[in-house]
Design a binder for this molecule. Structure first.
Ligand code: ATP
Length: 365
């Protein structure tokens, strides 16, 4: 989670976007976004396919130019500067390594194009390979490396230019799950060591939650919420964010008074929404925040609804119960502990949660 608290309130802005819009013909790929990414921050752009995250990254890289708006890197307007004139480098999902060149030449390619002296290229390639822990592989060709190693070479090739901002476009997308998780932690460690900003595009919410100092959630070209992972998960700003991040139950209702929400089945739960009486709302109940008990087994300080167990999903470390309420179904996730009472389909139960365990957003689905 966010264990680099300095990042979000850093005073130095590495990348600043103001009113950035990108149109491709009739398609508005990015719609008037404002965003500041701090120096040394690990920032993830997260959203479903087609939401505009890659286009945003490509504009920062200089691979696309904004239709409108201001884009600054360390306070310099980069406007229509080409990629090689910006202090940034990009790592792509497909690595884009040259198959006929060995690893040393792949990593040093950009430096050779810039006519950097041979001796300096050698030193910098050595340093870059060291950073990604592949110093002994310089003589190999890309097809003699595993997927994870190729990914690290792509990283080394970007880092050899000593960028101030590293842009990563779904860099772990081609790796299998285990390797992906390993690389997530390696990337995070590397980012800390280097102290530069990483801007990371992903559609994988778990990846964004584990790696980032802050996350920007995009949908349909718009930036809906920018916050540290915990705030995104605990206090989503709307239904889209609540639904996109993690599993959630959205219990619909209306604000009955300043501290009561009346759910659609008539159940009243104490909740201070800060919204006007009569507003329609969705109460966000995460499956792991609810518990299942026998009917009427409710502690003080808890809310509850009655239901019937419809189905059970065994996940190994947890069990997810799907519970049918009068008007909808919700999921409750319980840790798979020894001696814990298992519930059976058809059993009449009460689902309860602490008053403080839910969040609320305006609107219904
Ligand atoms: P994905 O996760 O699938 O890569 P994304 O969030 O990165 O999606 P973008 O690639 O930024 O989304 O695309 C945003 C929108 O802009 C989409 O509707 C896409 O079809 C459109 N788009 C992107 N590039 C172009 C282009 N060169 N020409 C026309 N439309 C484009």
């Amino acid at each position: 989670m966010n264990d680099n608290p300095a990042a979000s309130d850093t005073t130095v802005t590495a990348v600043g976007l103001r009113g950035i819009t990108k149109r491709f013909g009739d398609v508005v790929a990015v719609d008037n976004i404002d965003l500041d990414i701090g120096d040394g921050e690990f920032f993830a752009l997260l959203g479903p396919s087609g939401c505009g995250k890659t286009t945003t990254l490509r504009m920062i890289a200089g691979l696309e130019f904004p239709t409108q708006g201001s884009l600054k890197i360390f306070d310099h307007e980069v406007g229509t500067l080409p990629p090689n004139k910006r202090p940034v480098n990009t790592v792509f999902q497909n690595y884009a390594l040259f198959p006929h060149l060995d690893i040393n030449d792949n990593v040093g390619f950009g430096l050779r194009m810039q006519r950097v002296k041979k001796a300096e290229i050698k030193t910098r390639v050595g340093e870059a390979l060291e950073m990604v822990k592949l110093s002994n592989m310089g003589e190999r060709k890309p097809d003699q490396l595993s997927g994870g190693q190729q990914q690290r070479i792509a990283l080394a090739r970007a880092l050899v230019n000593r960028p101030k901002v590293l842009l990563l476009d779904e860099p772990l997308g081609a790796l299998d799950l285990k390797l992906r998780v390993e690389m997530q932690s390696e990337l995070k460690t590397l980012q800390r060591e280097l102290g530069i900003s990483f801007v990371f595009v992903t559609h994988d919410q778990e990846e964004a939650l584990t790696m980032s100092d802050r996350i920007g959630i995009m949908d349909q070209g718009q930036l809906l919420q920018v916050d540290p992972p915990e705030a995104i998960y605990e206090r989503p700003v709307n239904r889209f964010v609540a639904d996109f991040i993690g599993q959630t139950n959205l219990l619909e209702g209306n604000v009955e008074s300043s501290d009561v929400v009346c759910l659609l089945n008539g159940a009243r739960i104490p909740l201070d929404t800060g919204l006007a009486v009569g507003s329609s709302v969705s109460v966000i109940l995460r499956p792991e925040r609810a518990t299942i008990g026998s009917r009427r087994e409710i502690e003080p300080g808890q809310s509850a609804v009655d239901g019937v167990i419809r189905s059970i999903t065994y996940l190994g470390n947890a069990i997810v119960y799907r519970v049918g309420l009068d008007w909808m179904e919700i999921d409750v996730r319980e840790e798979n502990l020894p001696h814990e009472t298992r519930h059976e389909p058809g059993e009449e139960v009460t689902v309860s949660w602490d008053h403080g365990a839910v969040a609320v957003v305006e609107g219904q689905g």
